[in-house]
Design a protein around this ligand. Structure first.
Ligand code: SAJ
Length: 423
C-alpha cells in the first residue's frame, strides 16, 4: 500500500495525514475548505495545534503530502470528517455520507476504507451499505468471510486537542472491522505510526467503545459540577473538597467548570442516548447538569454586575478549554453570547488565541476584544472562563481590587495545610 487519502483535514485528519506522510506514504488530503487546502499546500496549517505546523511543513516540502478539493484514486481512504448532531440531538451523518459517495466510484479491489470520525453504532455497516448501493460490482466485507473486494473498518480517533501529536503515536487504538480481515488490514496501516497497542474487534464494538469513553468523562465531569452546586449550598469550598477527597487511593474526581465544550464530550453521549432513549438515564442526567452550568455562570455575573452603575466586565477566554483556539460548543463563548444578548454591561473579551472576535459576538456593540493589560486596568468584574496559561500568571494583587468570578478555580487560594509532626 502506497497511497493514502484522508478526507477531512481538521484537528484529526490533518495530523493523521502528516504523520502518515512522515512514515513514507504518499498522502493526499481532501477537504471542501479551499482556504485549508491552499494553506496546507503552502506548508502551513489553518488550526492551532502544537508542533503540527512543523510536521506538515516537512511532509509538504518532502513531496509526501498534498491537499486537494477533488478526490483521487488511492489504496486506502481514511474518513475524518465531522459528525455533529442535529437540533434534536440525533446524529448528522451527512458529511460521512458525502465522503463515502466521493470514495465509492474510486474504489478498486483490495482497497481499504477506515472511518476515524466518532460515529453512532452501526455507521461502518451503513458505509458498507452506501458503497454497495453505488458499486454492486464489489464484494463487500462480511463478518463470516475473510475475503472481500474492499475492506472496511472503524478506528476511532482518541487524541486530546493540544497534545494530538503525542497521543496519535503513543495511545492504544481500537480497530473494529466488519470482518476480522478488515480489522487486520486497518491495523497494519496504523501500525506504521502508532506505537501503542492496536486492539482488534468488530466495527460496532469499536464505535461503542469510543462513545463510551467520552460518555464516561462527561458523566464524571457532571459529578464534579454537581458537587460545585452542592458545595455552594452547603458553604464548602469545592476545590478544597475535591482535592482532599482525591487523596483517597480509589477516588479521582474531575474538575468542575463553566460547562463542557468541544466537539466530542458534549456531543458523543447523545449518540448513545438518541439510540436507546430511557435506558441511558445517568448519561442523560449528566448532559443536563453539564449543559446547565453556563446559565449558572451568567446568573453569577449578573449578580456581580448589579453592584456597579455602568459595569465593565472582563471575560477571560472563549475557547472550549485551555491553551487552544477551538471554540466549538464552547461554554465560555456561549456565556459571553448570553451576557452580550442580555446587555449585562460592557464586555471586554480577552482571548489570546484568536485575532478577532467570532462572528456571533461581532454583531454586539457592547462587546470588544481587548488585550490582557487593558482588561485588568479597566474591568470592574473579571470572569475567568478558560484557564489559559497567560491568565494563571496574573498578579493576585490586581485581582484583589476586582470582583472576581473564577469558574476554573485557577486563582484559588494555596493548597490545604498538611500537619507535620514535630515541625
Ligand atoms: N472539562 C471539565 N472538567 C474536567 C475535564 C474537562 O469541565 O475535569 C471540560 C473541558 O473544559 C472541556 C470539556 O470538558 O470544555 C472537554 O475537554 P477534555 O479535555 O476532557 O476533552 P476533549 O473534548 O478535548 O477530548 C476528548 C478526549 N476524550 C477523553 O478524554 C475520554 C479525547 O481523548 C478524544 O479524542 C476527544 O474527546 C474526541 O475527539 O472524542
Amino acid at each position: 500500500m502506497k497511497r493514502v487519502e484522508v478526507f477531512g483535514l481538521g484537528y484529526v485528519g490533518l495530523p493523521v495525514a502528516a504523520v502518515l506522510a512522515s512514515r513514507g506514504y504518499e498522502v493526499i488530503g481532501v477537504d471542501v475548505n479551499r482556504h485549508a487546502v491552499t494553506t496546507i499546500n503552502e506548508g502551513h496549517i489553518h488550526i492551532v495545534e502544537p508542533d503540527l505546523d512543523m510536521i506538515v511543513q516537512a511532509a509538504v516540502t518532502a513531496g509526501n503530502l498534498r491537499a486537494t478539493l477533488t478526490p483521487e484514486e488511492a489504496d486506502a481512504f481514511i474518513i475524518a470528517v465531522p459528525t455533529p448532531f442535529t437540533d434534536n440531538h440525533s446524529p448528522d451523518l451527512s458529511y460521512v455520507k458525502q465522503a463515502t459517495e466521493a470514495i465509492a466510484p474510486l474504489l478498486k479491489k483490495g482497497d481499504l476504507v477506515v472511518l476515524e470520525s466518532t460515529s453512532p453504532v452501526g455507521t461502518t455497516e451503513q458505509i458498507a451499505a452506501w458503497i454497495s448501493a453505488m458499486r454492486p460490482d464489489l464484494v463487500m466485507p462480511d463478518p463470516n468471510r475473510e475475503r472481500s473486494d474492499v475492506y472496511l473498518a472503524h478506528c476511532p480517533e482518541r487524541v486530546l486537542p493540544g497534545t494530538v501529536l503525542r497521543e496519535l503515536i503513543y495511545n492504544d487504538r481500537i480497530v473494529g472491522g466488519i470482518s476480522r480481515e478488515c480489522a487486520r488490514r486497518a491495523a497494519k496501516l496504523y501500525s506504521s505510526f502508532v506505537s501503542g497497542k492496536l486492539h482488534l474487534t468488530n466495527s460496532r464494538t469499536a464505535e461503542m467503545v469510543k462513545l463510551t469513553e467520552n460518555a464516561f468523562r462527561d458523566v464524571n465531569i457532571a459529578f464534579a459540577n454537581e458537587l460545585s452546586v452542592i458545595s455552594e449550598q452547603l458553604h464548602v469550598n469545592v476545590w478544597e473538597l475535591i482535592s482532599l477527597a482525591n487523596h483517597h487511593p480509589r477516588v479521582n474526581i474531575l474538575r468542575p467548570g463553566p460547562g463542557v465544550g468541544g466537539h466530542c464530550i458534549a456531543v458523543d453521549p447523545w449518540f448513545i442516548i438518541s439510540a436507546v432513549g430511557e435506558s441511558a438515564k445517568i448519561m442523560r442526567a449528566g448532559r443536563d447538569t453539564n449543559d446547565s452550568m453556563p446559565h449558572r455562570v451568567v446568573r453569577k455575573v449578573k449578580a456581580a454586575a448589579d453592584r456597579f452603575r455602568a459595569p465593565k466586565i472582563a471575560c477571560f477566554g472563549l475557547s472550549y478549554k485551555a491553551n487552544i483556539d477551538d471554540m466549538r460548543e464552547s461554554p465560555a463563548l456561549h456565556i459571553v453570547e448570553m451576557l452580550a444578548h442580555d446587555k449585562v454591561g460592557e464586555l471586554l473579551v480577552v482571548e489570546p488565541h484568536v485575532k478577532e472576535l467570532p462572528r456571533s459576538l461581532r454583531e454586539f456593540s457592547n462587546v470588544r476584544k481587548v488585550d490582557l493589560a487593558d482588561a485588568l486596568n479597566d474591568a470592574d468584574v473579571i470572569v475567568l472562563l478558560v484557564d489559559h496559561k497567560q491568565f494563571l500568571r496574573i498578579d493576585r494583587q490586581i485581582l484583589d481590587l476586582k470582583v472576581v468570578i473564577d469558574t476554573q478555580g485557577a486563582w484559588r487560594a494555596p493548597a490545604e495545610e498538611v500537619f507535620t509532626p514535630g515541625a
